[in-house]
Design a binder for this molecule. Sequence first.
Ligand code: SF4
Ligand code: SF4
Length: 240
Amino acid sequence: MNGKSFFIDLSRCTGCRGCQVACKQWKNKPVEPTVNTGSHQNPPDLSWQTLKVVRFTEVTVGGKFHWLFFPDQCRHCLDAPCKMVGDSEIQDAIVQDPETGAVVFTEKTKGLTADAVREACPYDIPRVDPATKVMYKCDMCNDRVHAGLLPSCVKTCPTGTMNFGDREDMLALAKNRLAALKPKYPQAELVDASTVRAIFLCPQPPSAYYKYVQYGDAAPSVLSRKAFLAKVLRPLRAFG
Ligand code: SF4
Ligand code: SF4
């Protein structure tokens, strides 16, 4: 099953936040009251009401100032660690669409240990509604995709940053754009492309954008995490 993927080309992002607003509109999520924290980033983080947030970072790389934009969202991991942890408590509280590959949180997530699900995510994505205990994140606009439409954020993005389609096509597009950017941005890279369905192309080192952009060399691999869950965590929970 190859399914679908996003290709998110950060060399084109202007930080307009159209994707963030489009996500809220399609998901019928309310605005959040916020205060000025000295950044254009608003609200300051993901939440159960804000499933996509554009992160703003000011950095100096190689002696040059950069204002970086990172439209953060669920990566729809091929072997999703959130689902592995969720299944150890309630089978299929988190499901994976066999056709598109979308990782989708159901109402049954209200029975999960939210902190454990969030900690399992290498990208710090899942959030819980404190009132209902249901967990939320991007679901790839799976309803739109099944109706032949683009995810709301992709449909709205005016710059070509957000792309979506069959996984092979997105991987090919990503590799072409990486090759085109390399002469100007030698440090450009595709982030975790072989393990996720939201493939970011970062012209600058991923850690310059935000601390949870990349799974990271120091982190355990998805495979070893899976083995850890199967061999250690589930038996421990069975005892508890
Ligand atoms: S990015 Fe996090 S929430 Fe999304 S599928 Fe992967 S582990 Fe789950
Ligand atoms: S809509 Fe496109 S250009 Fe605007 S912030 Fe989102 S990804 Fe960037």
